[in-house]
Design a protein around this ligand. Structure first.
Ligand code: PLP
Length: 449
């Protein structure tokens, strides 16, 4: 064990991972990264098949982003946003509004995805208080949702494993079914969509007077295993929330900034939410930054005199951090300069082609794709849809095998997540998915753990 690994084991408490087996197993220590490659202390290299937890979209050590941060460092790293404006934050805010779905006009900065969600929930709640509809205090959340790990965002989550223990601390939203067709028992996708939307409408009919907002991960429920909603579901949710006077909060933390093949997932169904949360890719994976975008209608409800106390009482020490915002500007400039979104078409087609081979494997139940987001679900019995016993940790074992072959991917239970940097070439995508396929075969068919 090298000294850094020893220090890590002695001092660091890693998120989500302190199972005895993991704590005792060797730790890969990353020393540097360039493009889509990670380098470790042992001289090994790995393709970054999850974009360093879905954040690193243009590759590591991207010269334009490095340079933007260095230039900003020469001016200032951070000044408070309480009572002071700053240049990168203002420029980035304008760029975000221009890139966002229609109607989102104001940007509230925070630090990470969960906080962007907290902000949206609090804004939605307070908005109705100012509008005089004080009974609108509840939220609608989706089964299998994941919106982060703070108490508010956990409250609107729907992944039991992450949430159950905190139950006494959480507020209780109304829940609607997860729109994951693969996991439903229905045979027809259109009927399934109708069933999901009917469930929402039934709830809204009865309870809309007490509901402030509905929060949704548009198109893909990410942390629950890249569960994808059928076409028409998101626009149906928008139609119903409008009809029943409920705010729609789009959590684009995972899907934003090109991930789905469009700048934001909402664009696929021409949906304009009332509030939108972004983070992850916002700085190209360089620095922690998040934003909650709101409509003028929401912002204006908070305007008032000091005596009216309508202000949104929320803020953080690092709100609108200059270094993060400078990185964000550089990242959005790369989108324009390199025509990133346009370039994704062939990469997405390449993934689709590669997934056909993976889908046909006997222990792959589903290989789902939405743009540059992939979830490969391992299964014990494909015909009967019988999952592996979760204590077998098949997903984790397959990912460790892929790591032996030079690819870093992560499991969500038995779903293998593949979220390559958007800058990956088709050749690199092919290599990464070939390794993934090989690892699945070696573990599920040949038993070579
Ligand atoms: N919302 C969604 C949809 C996410 O996928 C995540 C993280 O994976 C979050 C919120 C929380 O983001 P963060 O980990 O930056 O707090």
């Amino acid at each position: 064990m090298n000294t850094i690994e020893a220090k890590d084991k002695q001092y660091i408490w890693h998120p989500f991972t302190q199972m005895q087996e993991w704590v005792e197993s060797p730790q890969t220590v990353i020393t540097s990264a360039k493009g889509i490659t990670l380098y470790d202390t042992e001289g090994n290299t790995y393709y970054d098949g999850v974009s360093s937890l879905w954040v690193n979209i243009h590759g590591h050590q991207r010269p334009e982003i490095n340079q933007a941060i260095i230039e900003q460092l020469g001016k200032t790293a951070h000044t408070t946003a309480l009572g002071l404006a700053n240049i990168p934050a203002s420029i980035l805010a304008e760029m975000l509004v221009e890139a966002a779905p229609e109607g989102l006009k104001k940007v509230f900065y925070s630090d990470d995805g969960a906080t962007a969600v907290e902000v949206a929930l609090k804004m939605a709640f307070q908005y109705w208080q100012h509008r005089g509809k004080r009974e609108k205090t509840r939220f609608i959340a989706l089964d299998n949702a994941y919106h982060g790990d703070t108490i508010g965002s956990v409250s609107v989550g729907g992944v039991d494993l992450f949430h159950r223990i905190f139950q006494p601390l959480l507020f209780e939203p109304y829940h609607i079914p997860s729109p994951s067709f693969y996991h439903s028992s229905m045979k027809n996708e259109a009927e399934f969509t109708e069933y999901c939307l009917n469930a929402l409408e039934t709830l809204l009919k009865e309870h809309h007077k007490e509901i402030a907002g509905l929060i949704i991960e548009p198109l893909v429920q990410a942390a629950a295993g890249m569960l994808m909603s059928p076409r028409g579901y998101l626009s149906g949710v928008r139609r119903l929330t409008k009809e029943y006077d409920v705010l729609l909060i789009a959590d684009e933390v995972a899907t934003g900034f090109g991930r789905t093949g469009r700048m934001f997932a909402c664009e696929h169904e021409e949906v304009s939410p009332d509030l939108m949360c972004v983070s992850k890719g916002i700085t190209g994976g360089y620095l922690p930054l998040a934003a909650t975008l709101a409509t003028d209608e929401i912002y204006n409800a908070f305007l008032g005199t000091m005596a009216e106390k309508k202000t949104f009482y929320h803020g953080h020490s690092y709100t609108a951090n200059q270094l993060g915002c400078a990185a964000g500007i550089a990242s959005l400039e790369i989108f324009a300069k390199d025509r990133v979104i346009e370039g994704l078409k062939t990469k997405i087609a390449c993934i689709d082609e590669m997934l056909q081979g993976i889908k046909s494997l006997p222990h792959v139940g589903d290989a789902r794709q939405c743009g540059m987001i992939v979830g490969i679900e391992l299964i014990l019995d494909k015909d009967k849809k019988i999952p592996y016993d979760w204590t077998q940790t098949m997903g984790a074992i397959v990912c460790m095998k892929a790591r032996e072959h030079g690819l870093f991917i992560r499991p969500v239970g038995d779903v293998i997540v593949f979220m390559p940097p958007l800058c990956s070439t088709e050749a690199e995508i092919k290599i990464m998915l070939d390794i993934t396929k090989r690892a699945i075969i070696e573990i599920t068919e040949l038993g070579q753990s």
